[in-house]
Design a protein around this ligand. Structure first.
Ligand SMILES: Cc1cc2nc3c(=O)[nH]c(=O)nc-3n(C[C@H](O)[C@H](O)[C@H](O)COP(=O)(O)O)c2cc1C
Length: 192
């Protein structure tokens, strides 16, 4: 019954982080255990697509990815929080998604795909420009990833970005983030 927030902004105290905290508060108030990881705190290297793990038995990328993967596998719901960077997810988020391929196709002993299946996935996005269509590639990237991973999409919130503190001034987005967190907790509690 755990909800994991994945904070994918380069700014630790930015709008993405603020809205994610609101959602995690909603999840905690609804009875879930919550944890947040700040991707910028971990060293996760770009995928090499080398397949050398097949011969060596381990990844040539000796970084923090295994720590993050363990946290993802342990949680029942993932709330992916990302700013819109160049009309899609941040690089921090994309590099992590790319590295999923190592566990899916080559480094298979963790049974990653099977263990990711059935979890819930939710999205918090922030952007400076106006209009949902400007965030469509961020939302689409994650939503299709949930579909591929056979996870249940629990919803998204799109908040206002720009200077620090902007997102929290939008009461409607704050309310939606809190409610999304509650919904994630309710889903996580069904996995008890
Ligand atoms: C590298 C970069 C790319 C960005 N690209 C976009 C964009 O394509 N569309 C947009 O609306 N805002 C864009 N922004 C603005 C951010 O989405 C906005 O500042 C957001 O608040 C950043 O998230 P944060 O507050 O959590 O740090 C970009 C910002 C950066 C730093």
């Amino acid at each position: 019954m755990k909800v994991l927030g994945i904070m994918g902004s380069s700014r630790r105290d930015g709008n993405t982080n603020d809205l994610l905290d609101v959602a995690l508060k909603g999840a905690a108030d609804a009875g879930a255990q919550v944890e947040k990881i700040i991707l910028a705190d971990y060293q996760i290297n770009h995928i090499a697509d080398c397949k050398l793990c097949r011969q060596r038995g381990k990844c040539i990328n000796e970084d923090d990815l295994p720590i993050v993967i363990d946290k993802l596998l342990e949680a029942d719901v993932h709330i992916w929080a990302s700013p819109v960077y160049w009309y899609t997810v941040s690089g921090l988020v994309k590099v992590l998604l790319d590295r999923f391929s190592c566990y899916i196709y080559w480094h298979t002993e963790l049974n990653f795909l099977e263990r990711m299946k059935g979890k819930g996935g939710a999205i918090i996005a922030v952007q400076e420009e106006q209009g949902l269509e400007r965030a469509q590639h961020l939302i689409g990237c994650l939503q299709l990833s949930f579909e591929f991973l056979k996870q249940e999409f629990l919803g998204f919130v799109l908040g206002s970005g720009g200077s620090r503190g902007t997102a929290l001034k939008d009461g409607e987005a704050v309310k939606k983030a809190y409610e999304l967190g509650r919904k994630c907790a309710e889903f996580a509690l069904t996995k008890k």
